[in-house]
Write a protein that binds this ligand. Structure first.
Ligand code: HEM
Ligand SMILES: *[C@@H]1O[C@H](CO)[C@@H](O)[C@H](O)[C@H]1NC(C)=O
Ligand SMILES: *[C@@H]1O[C@H](CO)[C@@H](O)[C@H](O)[C@H]1NC(C)=O
Ligand SMILES: *[C@@H]1O[C@H](CO)[C@@H](O)[C@H](O)[C@H]1NC(C)=O
Ligand SMILES: *[C@@H]1O[C@H](CO)[C@@H](O)[C@H](O)[C@H]1NC(C)=O
Length: 356
């Protein structure tokens, strides 16, 4: 009790200092055709304010949700591109991306938060912003409001019309038991460089994991790469290979987006093989060291890699749609037609207001 309330106290202290991080740093990266930095300026200029304001409130109650939103964007983009497909409920007889094993540990609340944001944004601007864009913005704010860099997100994604199959999901999300060379070659198929891979893995500076994601490093035999004291601690959280419990992924600063994840790796306190092996493998080891020593460098490379990841196989222009509900594609949405009528009424009102 005392321990947990002091933890909450410290968390609050860290968190209140996090809410007032410096303004947008000026990072930039190339953008794909069809997306632009100011895509919604005319049609929804309050978009970014609405998202950030709501998320500040959400994170004040539970900063853990930031990690859930960051991971959701990663899963969306890696499987079939950043098209909001991860949000779709399987409805066409066939298991969906959502029901594939890697999804099972996505936070339920992340889906609720995205739908709440969509609702707030569409109420203000009409159905002009896609769920995929909202996921990308939410991930950006998750990073920044946890203490990480602020950056601009290229916008204009459309939502996909179909969800990915379980197989595609499994093929595109490497398991945490992968070694670094497997991770590098898997991510190279998405044009991500070793620096991108090491930087993106730094997403594990916040958030939690279930025992099942790393139990194979503890049982039946302990991974010799793992620090002994760290392993002992993990065994207390996960006393058997089937314990259903969770632990933080960056023991040094679990709710702060910083470069301590790389310090953990150098201390052999990385949680997954896919993390720890980045410090064993000769190609990625110097990159881990450079990020551990230089947080600014990490932030720069993380932003570049996130902007790259955020543009994987995006649908733009006439492709895709803007969903009226993030978990249902429009043609399947029973309320879609009544929604359209409402929307027309609303734009009518807006036109009249403008004329006044
Ligand atoms: C490179 C390959 C990656 C692997 C193998 C991997 C694997 C995992 C696994 C197994 C979990 C824990 C799931 C659980 O047991 O609850 C996790 C959590 C997480 N991952 Fe990754 N991940 C990878 C890349 C990324 C990337 C690129 C990002 C974002 C930039 C990311 C962000 C997160 C976050 C924030 C969490 C915590 C989620 C929460 O607290 O709800 N991961 N990852
Ligand atoms: C996948 O995730 C979504 C959202 O958390 C959830 O509704 C769905 O039931 C999950 N699928 C499985 C099989 O757990
Ligand atoms: C998915 O993968 C499984 C196992 O690899 C295979 O048996 C199955 O036929 C695949 N399904 C599709 C639709 O490709
Ligand atoms: C990495 O894992 C793959 C697949 O399990 C294996 O074939 C390869 O030998 C491993 N590489 C190293 C360097 O351990
Ligand atoms: C847990 O360990 C037991 C005994 O070694 C083994 O039979 C079982 O398959 C393991 N379960 C998992 C989920 O690894």
């Amino acid at each position: 009790m005392a321990a947990s309330s002091s933890f909450i106290f410290i968390s609050l202290l860290i968190f209140s200092s996090l809410l007032y991080v410096s303004e947008a740093d000026d990072y930039s990266a190339p953008i794909v055709k069809g997306l632009s930095w100011d895509y919604h300026h005319k049609t929804c200029h309050k978009l970014e304010k609405i998202v950030r304001k709501h998320l500040k409130k959400v994170f004040k109650d539970d900063i853990g949700q930031a990690a859930g939103l960051l991971r959701l964007h990663f899963h969306d983009c890696f499987v079939q591109g950043c098209d909001g497909s991860v949000l779709l409920e399987g409805s066409h007889g066939g298991p969906s991306e959502q029901t594939a094993p890697p999804n099972q540990s996505l936070r339920k609340q992340a889906f609720v938060i995205i739908e709440d944001l969509r609702n707030l944004v569409h109420r203000e601007c009409g159905r002009v912003v896609s769920c995929a864009d909202i996921v990308a913005l939410a991930a950006r704010d998750a990073v920044h409001l946890s203490g990480g860099p602020d950056y601009d997100v290229p916008l204009g994604r459309k939502d996909g019309l179909s969800f990915a199959t379980q197989n595609a999901t499994l093929a595109n999300l490497p398991p945490p038991s992968s070694n670094a060379s497997t991770i590098l070659s898997s991510l190279a198929t998405k044009n991500l460089t070793p620096t991108d891979v090491v930087a993106l893995s730094g997403g594990h500076t916040i958030g939690i994991s279930h025992c099942s994601s790393f139990a194979s490093r503890l049982y039946p035999t302990q991974d010799p790469t793992m620090d002994k004291t760290f392993a002992q601690g993990l065994k207390e959280v996960c006393p058997t290979n089937t314990t259903d419990a969770t632990t933080v992924m960056d023991i040094y600063s679990p709710i702060k987006f910083d470069n301590k994840y790389y310090v953990d790796l150098m201390n052999r306190e990385g949680l997954f093989t896919s993390d720890q092996d980045l410090y064993t493998y000769k190609v990625t080891k110097p990159i881990v060291e450079s990020f551990a020593h230089d947080e600014k460098l990490f932030f720069e490379e993380f932003v570049k890699a996130m902007i790259k990841m955020g543009q994987l196989q995006v649908l733009t222009g006439e492709k895709g749609e803007i969903r009226a509900h993030c978990s249902i594609r429009n043609p399947d949405n029973k309320n879609y037609f009544s929604y359209l009528v409402e929307e027309e009424d609303q734009s009518d009102l807006e036109t009249r207001a403008e004329l006044r």
